[in-house]
Ligand binder design. Structure first.
Ligand SMILES: [Zn+2]
Ligand SMILES: [Zn+2]
Length: 257
């Protein structure tokens, strides 16, 4: 495939300058759907995980408002620790235990905040792109006993070119020279590389053992990989990354002295 034209994604001095630069941006688009992304707005976003800047993107494809949380100076930077996170309202915001999204999000943000610079792309593709309503429908099917494989299909577990085209263009828009991808999924690396993003390393995304992932640890210990939680609800990996939890035998404990 021919690499997308990124000629107008010129370097700028400050993150906020990307907004002015992209007013004139127009490219042939990334991927089969010719996806083009523009930086629309930039602001400070202090979070419980650390200090970030929030970058809001416009795109010509899905009318969704994809965002990046940027830590440190990523403009023109190499080896930027980067995580692609797919939106999950039920997990990220509401703390659902039917998936692991909230843990994956929090651990990624903490990790990125501890680096000199890093990016979390928050991609608005709820339920792997099928939307919240369909995701709840799929949960309902699981509740009524649908086989997990079929329910996963209903949940939209498939590779979606748009995931990576939006992400690749967003990274190009931020003028990063190369990234280290925080993921357990090697396919994410090859997919980003298809779009011309240089991935210098894959960093395993390991969730520390703690009270919040007790479910995983007990499931691993008791049921050898059948992801049914203690209330009998199927537990699904909506991020498309195999979940890796640090050893339950050496949990980190916070001591107060
Ligand atoms: Zn473009
Ligand atoms: Zn989720």
């Amino acid at each position: 495939m021919t690499l997308p034209c990124t000629a107008t994604l010129t370097p700028v001095r400050a993150l906020v300058d990307l907004v002015e630069r992209d007013k004139e941006h127009d490219c042939d688009g990334f991927g089969a759907h010719a996806i083009c992304v523009k930086v629309d707005a930039v602001a400070d976003l202090p979070t419980r995980f650390g200090r970030f800047r929030i970058v809001a993107f416009w795109n010509n494809r899905d009318g969704k408002e994809h965002i990046a949380l940027v830590h440190g100076d990523v403009l023109g930077a190499e080896n930027v620790v980067t995580r692609l996170h797919s939106e999950c309202l039920t997990g990220d915001a509401l703390g659902s235990l039917r998936c692991d999204c909230r843990d994956q999000l929090g651990v990624a943000l903490e990790r990125i905040a501890a680096e000199p610079c890093g990016i979390l792309l928050y991609l608005r593709q709820e339920g792997r792109g099928i939307g919240l309503l369909n995701k709840v429908r799929a949960y309902s099917l699981q509740d009524s006993g649908l086989d997990t494989v079929d329910a996963n299909l209903a949940l939209g577990f498939r590779d979606d070119e748009r995931d990576y085209a939006v992400a690749a263009h967003a990274l190009a828009s931020l003028t990063v020279k190369s990234v280290q991808l925080l993921t357990n999924n090697p396919k994410k690396v090859t997919e980003l590389e298809r779009y011309g993003i240089t991935v210098t390393a894959r960093i395993p995304h390991v969730i520390p053992a703690n009270e919040h992932n007790r479910f995983y640890l007990e499931t691993k210990a008791n049921r050898s990989g059948h992801f049914i939680d203690l209330d009998g609800k199927p537990h699904v990996a909506e991020q498309g990354d195999p979940v890796v939890v640090a050893s339950p035998f050496t949990p980190k404990r916070v001591t107060t002295e």
